[in-house]
Design a protein around this ligand. Sequence first.
Ligand code: ADP
Ligand code: MG
Length: 697
Amino acid sequence: MEKVSDIFGSMVFSDSVMKERLPKETYKQVRNTIQNGKRLDDEAARIVANAMKDWAIEKGATHFTHWFQPMTGITAEKHDSFISPMDNGQVIMEFSGKELVRGEPDASSFPSGGLRATFEARGYTAWDPTSYAFIKDGVLCIPTAFCSYGGEALDKKTPLLRSMEALNRQALRVLRLFGHTDVASVRTTVGPEQEYFLIDKSVYNKRRDLIYTGRTLFGAKPPKGQELDDHYFGSIKPRVAAFMKELDQELWKVGVLAKTEHNEVAPAQHELAPVFTTGNIAADHNQLTMETMQKVASRHGMVCLLHEKPFAGVNGSGKHNNWSLSTNTGVNLLEPGETPAENAQFLLFLCAVIQAVDDYQDMLRISVASAANDHRLGANEAPPAIVSMYVGTELEEILEALENDTDYAGHEKELLKIGVHALPRFARDTTDRNRTSPFAFTGNKFEFRMPGSSASISGINVVLNTAVAESLCQFADVLEGSTDFEADLQSLIRKTIHAHKRIIFNGNGYDDAWITEAEKRGLLNLRTTPECLPYYLAEKNVALFTKHRVYTRTEMEARYEIHLENYCKVLNIEALTMLDMARRDILPAVSGYIHELSDTALAVHQLTTAADCSFEQEQIAEMSGLLSDAFRKTKKLDAALFGAKSVSGSQALADYYRDHVFTAMAELRISVDQLETMTPSSVWPFPSYGDLLFSVK
Ligand code: ADP
Ligand code: MG
């Protein structure tokens, strides 16, 4: 077997490959582009493209693609081969600097939220040299951003890069105040933990709901679910272990730092965690991870479900976004320090995050909103729909002491006074973790637990980065003019804690009492996607993103529109799939079974009138009742869908889908699931929950 060190990054045009293959001068120029965003000149681009092509061909690649992330949330690629015809009828393999730097895919079929109507129909892709090119399935993939000719971002990467720049600018201002003139840049570090389900392909192929919508739309509870907690961290089944092994290998080849693989709470549920890396690379890698999971699962006769809620009644899947800030000198800015001065700085960055989460709860909620994630958030698993922060009791006591200028656990007053006290080391013990918090400080990073498993992590990091940039900007504005830095810093921290402590909650986020308490504190509880989306265009949010040049107002309007459209489309497809399954398979199957029961009862009765046909009679009575219920509910759902046609305005339509279509779907499901429990499995047209959840042996 090949050594891991040989496999890792073997398909990546990485720094070491560039160093080896590029002329020294070109290599230096590329480094300058990566580190300082300097534009690469045409000649250098030509040299890089040529070296990339030669390397890719040696690795067996024949095509290249600009790999980008349109607002569909998945990645897009259009393959072009390297071949170029010559006069003699032969071909040579070519790849120009222009082809590397810029591409022009047809933008017209990607969601643009109206941007295309107002601007150019075409879009272009632009190389993101900070994320290395790689080879996937014989194709050289060049990570790119995707914009319209008017310069509007049509993708998820452009705003992410902009938000990282914004955060870099403001964090540097703050670091200068602490005397760190040596720091040249600050970047975000992100490690997304990815949950998923694995089921056998044979059962998947029999479920149209899974095929069309990624989740089950019907399905009675199986006799055994997750109640025994026997799956979590349990021993990994051989088929799954083989899958994980190959997945790791495939991911390592393209430079993804796949690290931890384990079983999750629900049967058939698993998790992969990578080692954290720079924010935009983490986003690219997470997309690659999701794609590779599906591909590798298929090779093992399984299907990887990335949907947030594939099965009702068992845990759904999330994606924990671990996030921190790191300097180019290797300092984690959310790591409590060893010295009091370091701690003052740590506390200021901590306060920046606290203020950001409180001020932009709505945007954080929006960043995780989707029809699929609505099944998780606030539904008694995963975190609630209310955004709050967990900092641990120890840190909370410190913040309280700072706010009130009181003693803290044996420490003298004025604990912040630079040069006086050290903060205690915060326990990073997992037993101390609060798993119900949507946004938890976990020792030296924050873990945002609301994101759904299938979503791109770009959107959440855009919000997080920009909101924290704004806090830091406000802090720098105050402190840059200060004549007594120490005193002003102290009062700034105190004021910030006082103004934003309502967002801190260390208790049980699943508790009903928290909902009441959160309301008292004035925190938002936005339960559904249509409910939170209007906040997108709140003036304070538009002001935030335009100020930091992350989104223009037009881009925000477009994204709001796409979000709404997507919500309606998803529900529409789900409703149509339900109707299709119910009308064409489930109702006829049940009707046929009732017929069979009647035949039996009649035949037995003919033999002897003394026969007891109570089973058949009672089943017939109950089942025909449920059957006509289900039938009526299909008509109701149909009518609800029809009604959608006369609703105008995207927000009104999304509200309508939630209030009418979604509720009609839930009602239909109740009758059908009840029928499933009474129908012989040989007659029921779809694999049961038990068949699905325990399909991988
Ligand atoms: P646990 O698994 O107990 O939640 P870990 O420390 O293993 O805690 O972290 C989980 C995820 O957080 C991993 O993906 C890890 O790489 C990531 N992570 C750790 N430190 C940082 C950091 N400074 N910035 C961003 N992500 C981080
Ligand atoms: Mg974790």
